[in-house]
Write a protein that binds this ligand. Structure first.
Ligand code: PEP
Ligand code: MN
Length: 345
């Protein structure tokens, strides 16, 4: 439930309510809006205790949260959440573009890729060092060596780095090297991992599971948020359907649905949602038109030689054309693509 404080409520009155909530064994997440404070109360059925708060000084009213996810809901926080990822803003009017290889393969290739996507307009670099491959015989990633390469390229380009953690015990290592932790589709309901990234307080890119509903995705986000980590970005990356002409089916509906139900930023991954480079640009355009806050896109200078996901990777020049088109779409929906950082070199 939410305890909505009066506009004129004093800090002391807010504190008294928070203390009482804690004394009853519930947790609080306070949102300090421009006008008033809203105290989110989470725990096992807090609504049964609502009568204990209605007459407290400064309390305006009590509102139950009807959705199973609380901290992620628009009912709790009305305004879009925005936060920086190493100085690059997500969730505001600017569109965030994350690009780079599926997997980190080699230092010079990664640097070439990063410089190319940055020049084309990307704001952050992606690249997996730990790869969740469907086959145990496929390339599994370079591990910590890959993380070192990402950190080195981050130093050279100034671009924040996004990379995947596959298990809770990898989280301290990933946070040492990367600016944002990716939770892959296959791990969306790995609750130990969600708890660990929640505790890390590091920005999180949470991908939707292959066969997960939008509500499942929001409940997964709730795990991270309930540890006090508010920096969660949701990622639609396509879902499994009966259709076989694409790798997955882009659930474009998920974008406006998520934007209505949560305050968290939403991005789309058209590379995994289509699985073919030929369709990536069209679906990226659709995502921005539908209200996405950003894109995550696989790019490779030599897709034919890529160790993973070459079929869906764009060459840098095609990616540059995609960004050019996205600028136009963004403008049409009253958004914009901020300039990328200039390479320090
Ligand atoms: C990836 O980003 O390379 C990846 C493995 O994505 P997903 O978890 O969405 O399949
Ligand atoms: Mn991939």
């Amino acid at each position: 439930m939410m305890i909505i404080m009066k506009v004129e409520a004093t800090d002391k009155q807010v504190e008294a309510v928070v203390e009482k909530v804690h004394a009853l064994g519930f947790e609080t997440h306070t949102s300090q809006g421009e006008e008033r404070s809203i105290i989110g109360v989470v725990g096992n059925n807090p609504i049964t205790a609502q009568h204990q708060f209605v007459r407290m000084l400064g309390v305006d009213r009590i509102v139950p949260i009807s959705r199973p996810y609380k901290l992620a809901s628009r009912e709790f926080i009305k305004e879009d959440s925005t936060f920086p990822i190493d100085g690059v803003e997500i969730g505001g009017k600017g569109i965030l573009i994350i690009a780079g290889p599926c997997a980190v393969e080699d230092r010079s290739l990664l640097l070439e890729n990063a410089l190319a996507v940055q020049e084309a307009g990307a704001h952050a670099l992606r690249g997996g060092a730990f790869k969740p491959r469907s086959s145990p015989y496929a390339f599994q990633g370079l591990g910590e060596k890959g993380l070192e390469m990402l950190a080195e390229v981050r130093e050279i380009t100034g671009m924040p780095v996004v990379t995947e953690a596959m298990s809770a015990d990898q989280v301290p290592l990933i946070t040492k090297y990367a600016d944002m932790i990716q939770i892959g589709a296959r791990n969306m309901q790995n609750f130990n991992l969600l708890n660990a990234v929640g505790e890390s307080q590091h920005p999180v890119l949470l991908k939707r599971g292959l066969a997960s509903t939008i509500e499942d995705l929001l409940m997964a986000a709730e795990y991270v948020l309930s540890h006090g980590n508010r920096r969660v970005v949701l990622c639609e990356r396509g879902i499994r359907t009966f259709e076989t002409s694409t790798r997955n089916t882009t659930d474009i509906n998920a974008i406006p649905v998520l934007k209505a139900q949560t305050h968290l930023p939403v991005v789309l991954d058209p590379s995994h949602s289509t699985g073919h480079w030929q369709y990536v640009t069209a679906i990226a355009r659709a995502a921005i038109a539908a209200g996405a806050d950003g894109l995550i896109i696989e790019v490779h200078p030599k897709p034919d030689e890529a160790l993973s996901d070459g079929v869906q990777s764009l060459k840098p020049e095609r990616f540059a054309e995609l960004v050019r088109q996205i600028r136009g779409i963004a403008e049409a929906v009253d958004r914009y693509v901020p300039p990328s950082k200039v390479t320090k070199k």
